[in-house]
Design a protein around this ligand. Structure first.
Ligand SMILES: Cc1cc2nc3c(=O)[nH]c(=O)nc-3n(C[C@H](O)[C@H](O)[C@H](O)COP(=O)(O)O)c2cc1C
Ligand SMILES: C=C(O[C@@H]1CC(C(=O)O)=C[C@@H](OP(=O)(O)O)[C@H]1O)C(=O)O
Length: 385
């Protein structure tokens, strides 16, 4: 399966085409909209989220709530377009560009993109580097989730840190985790720390600054053997890391004990193997976070990732105007002050996409029924191993 997206942050719409989704998978706009709504929530978001109320239009590949096997086309409209249609119009105009953006923000794609694409209006860079694009990626991830759910694969997340405030890691199941975190404005399962996290965001915002955090995503019900050890680009942990690192502002990711593996001894890092005639092979622990040799172990996948603080600051750090070449220090822009809870939903959905692709690589078929047969045969093979 693959997908491509197009569309600018303040353009008319975001668009995606998904190729390779099998037929007979139940897929509705309502299901996708649930994920879009989750992505829009969270404490610390800016005024843009008051303007948008994201809803998908499925304009290809689905009939009467089921996929047909044809490419799936998805559209999410930007409500903010109403305020930007003159500035962002696609048709040529003789009027000079009004309000060209010439002040690159440190930490955003503005300067590198302007230099690389030879753009003197940095809007031509920021419109596409903006995390508005994660809306349509979440829509694609939600479609992938429709497939995963049919095979009992479920994904949840929790926010473990906002700046200086860290939460206790909860060991709840994905279903329980989801119930608890959906009630939390920070998507944390640690109720004791929620208030402190919100206060921290308020303080940082009042100081004209921004803040990042740490997110954990868990996927349960993943069978053993997705991905492969035989070729570098078939290792599924590597593919998930790439997908996670492609989310705007994500700066690192780890599986299981992750970076702690650098200081721990082998006996505290590896997971002992057990066998039982009823349930077959299993592990005494899941320190590997669900991966060995680029393949799933059958244990839950546990991925954590770091989101850096938002680059657009109300009290900015120094930069240089690309037109005047003069330093400047004041740029007031509408912006999020913290988007970690929203990014947790993005992370869930980009991981869902990678899991669905790996699932189809292993059990591939053109229809749900064909995949189900392949999957059940494989489970039989594992039981008899
Ligand atoms: C959900 C989400 C919302 C974001 N909101 C903003 C924002 O309001 N202002 C901003 O400057 N950056 C925001 N970012 C981060 C930038 O898009 C990102 O830092 C930028 O594209 C540069 O990419 P890089 O940080 O990966 O290098 C957001 C990121 C995510 C995931
Ligand atoms: C629009 C979204 O996030 C945007 C991501 C973003 C950025 O620079 O990444 C900048 C802000 O956009 P604006 O400048 O229009 O306020 C955020 O609101 C969204 O998540 O849907």
């Amino acid at each position: 399966m693959r997908y491509l997206t197009a569309g600018e942050s303040h353009g008319p719409q975001l668009t995606a085409i998904i190729e390779g989704m099998p037929s007979n998978i139940r897929l509705t706009a309502e299901h996708i909209d649930t994920e879009l709504r989750r992505r829009q929530q969270g404490y610390g978001r800016g005024r843009r989220m008051e303007i948008e109320s994201d809803q998908v239009r499925i304009v290809g590949g689905v009939r009467h709530g089921k996929t047909t096997g044809a490419p799936i086309a998805l559209v999410v409209e930007n409500k903010d377009w109403n305020h930007w249609s003159q500035i962002m119009g696609a048709e040529p105009t003789d009027e000079p560009i009004k309000r060209a953006v010439t002040r690159p923000r440190p930490g955003h794609a503005d300067l590198n993109g302007g230099l690389k694409y030879k753009q003197t209006d940095l809007r031509n860079i920021l419109e596409r580097s903006s995390a508005r694009e994660t809306t349509i990626r979440v829509a694609c991830g939600a479609a992938a989730r429709s497939l995963l759910q049919l095979f009992g694969i479920h994904i949840g997340s929790q926010v473990l840190r906002i700046g200086e405030v860290s939460a206790k890691r909860s060991a709840l199941s994905v279903e329980e985790l989801r119930q608890v975190t959906e009630q939390s404005p920070l998507r944390t399962a640690d109720k004791d720390i929620e208030e402190a996290m919100m206060r921290h965001i308020d303080e940082v915002k009042a100081a004209g600054d921004s803040v990042g955090g740490l997110i954990e995503v868990i996927a349960e019900g993943v069978p053993v053997g997705l991905g492969s050890h035989v070729q570098w680009d078939r290792k599924l942990d590597g593919k998930i890391a790439q997908a996670v690192m492609s989310i705007q502002a994500f700066k690192g990711c780890e599986f299981g004990v992750g970076f702690d593996a650098a200081r721990l001894r082998g006996s505290k890092v590896h997971d002992e193997i057990m066998h039982d005639s009823q349930s077959g092979f299993s592990r005494a622990s899941n320190r590997a976070g669900g991966f060995e040799g680029g393949m799933t172990t059958g244990e839950p996948i546990v991925v954590r990732a770091v989101m850096k603080p938002i680059p657009t600051l109300y009290k900015p750090i120094s930069s240089v105007d690309i037109e005047t070449k003069q330093p400047f220090a004041a740029q007031i822009e509408r912006s999020d002050s913290c988007a970690v809870p929203a990014a947790a939903v993005v992370m869930e959905n980009v991981i869902a996409w990678e899991l669905a692709c790996a699932f189809l690589d292993k059990f591939g078929g053109d229809s749900y029924e064909e995949i189900e047969r392949n999957y059940n045969n494989y489970l039989e093979q594992i039981r008899n191993y």
